[in-house]
Design a protein around this ligand. Structure first.
Ligand code: ZN
Length: 145
């Protein structure tokens, strides 16, 4: 898989030093797996004052899945539920675009580095795994996403 080298660096940075990785806790833990690749993620969060708080994840898997979890956690932590919804919707659209759209860096921040993954259908699930786990956890916390 060939990705733009600058983007590759962003992905590797998140893979080597993942953000918000820890021990998920609380009543609303979700566990998602991507059997195609062997990626797994467990994630928990709280929604207080309509804001995403205390997002913690743990997981194993390929560099794309783990970097995407780190990037997603940075992006949505501290955001309002509507802002997180927009980011989630745009990232999902980007991943399903087969490389036809570039994504809005103002909304997606480091997640833009994963744009190239959309050209590789087998890896799209790796990139989306943590985002789907986030969505699931947010819904369990009563958010409308
Ligand atoms: Zn994977």
């Amino acid at each position: 898989m060939e990705l733009d080298s600058l983007y590759q660096e962003v992905i590797l940075d998140h893979y080597k030093k993942p953000h918000h990785k820890g021990v998920p806790s609380g009543n609303f833990q979700v566990h998602h797996v991507n059997p195609n690749c062997g990626d797994e993620i467990t994630l928990s969060l709280k929604i207080k004052d309509d804001t995403i708080q205390d997002l913690v994840w743990n997981g194993v898997g390929c560099s794309i899945s783990q970097a995407s979890a780190s990037i997603m956690s940075d992006l949505v932590s501290g955001k309002s539920v509507p802002e997180a919804h927009i980011a989630l919707a745009q990232f999902t659209e980007l991943m399903q675009s087969k490389g036809t759209i570039k994504g809005d860096e103002d909304v997606l921040e480091d997640a833009i580095a994963l744009a190239g993954v959309s050209k590789f259908p087998a890896r799209v699930k790796c990139a989306l795994l943590s985002w789907m786990a986030f969505k699931d956890a947010a819904i369990q916390n009563g958010a409308r996403l």
